[in-house]
Design a protein around this ligand. Sequence first.
Ligand SMILES: [Zn+2]
Length: 311
Amino acid sequence: MFIERKKKYFFANCKNIKSKIKNRIYQKYASKVVNVVVEQGVTKIGNGAFACMPKLKTARIQGSIGTAAFWGCTNLEKVTYVNGKGTMEFACFAECKKLKNIVIAEGVSAMDKSCFANCKKLKKVELPTTLKSIGEICFFGCSNVTVTIKGKITKCDVYAFYKVRNCKIVLKTAAAKKGKKVLAKALKKRKNKTVKIKKSKQHRPISTNGAGRKAMKKRCFNCMKEYEEQYEVCPHCGYVDGSPPAEAYHLAPGEILNHKYIVGTAIDSGGFGIIYRAWDAQMEQVVAIKEYFPNGVVSRVPGQNDVIVYS
Ligand SMILES: [Zn+2]
């Protein structure tokens, strides 16, 4: 494993790297790294290993890619990915705003939530024959992107292409065509009748800088941890700001109750109610909120707080 800095190579923690690059291990070099080359033999790039490196331009990588591994590398233009493995985890390339094209390596079997969320320049993505599953809001915020599929997709989240404008999905091989049903079904649920995806209805994101406190950080509505305001994808859990609630009748994440509770994502819902994760802005702590919501008796218009009672 080596990192190139202004054409001089320096070796970092070579002895420690056998097959895994540890989580966040290179963060101390974050402001200096320009190119990353992951050498043969590495099977796993740890969580946040190369996150938020403002000068990083190119990366040659391999193995499986951990959560937020390249999250927020705003100048990353070129990624060469070979010898893939397992899952590309949460938000691994999210917020890489200059990334244009990427060929995902053979060997990768799944793409987790938010992999390419807010990669606004992304134009071409080629998926390997080994890829089976595409996760939630994988391409959130991308536009005019062509996704070429070469393998049979057996699982595609209904929100995989949420808020993607002008997306074109190309089924390149016979195997890919066999996965069409799954894709079409997922897309149909999101009312995308064809593989060409239309702009989704905007969900209102609310900025919650700790209830009025001016800060450079914002809070994730899912894990309630803070992260830099300029990004829309949480590096801790992969949640994308502005995501729809899990069920249409849930309160939308970001709603403020009683002037102090910021509603997060739902943890659980049953016959009598819904439990939400929430942030108590006064006590500055995570709380759980239970909403009395008996099934079949009440309902809600998506996006509204009010409850409709059937009589
Ligand atoms: Zn989070």
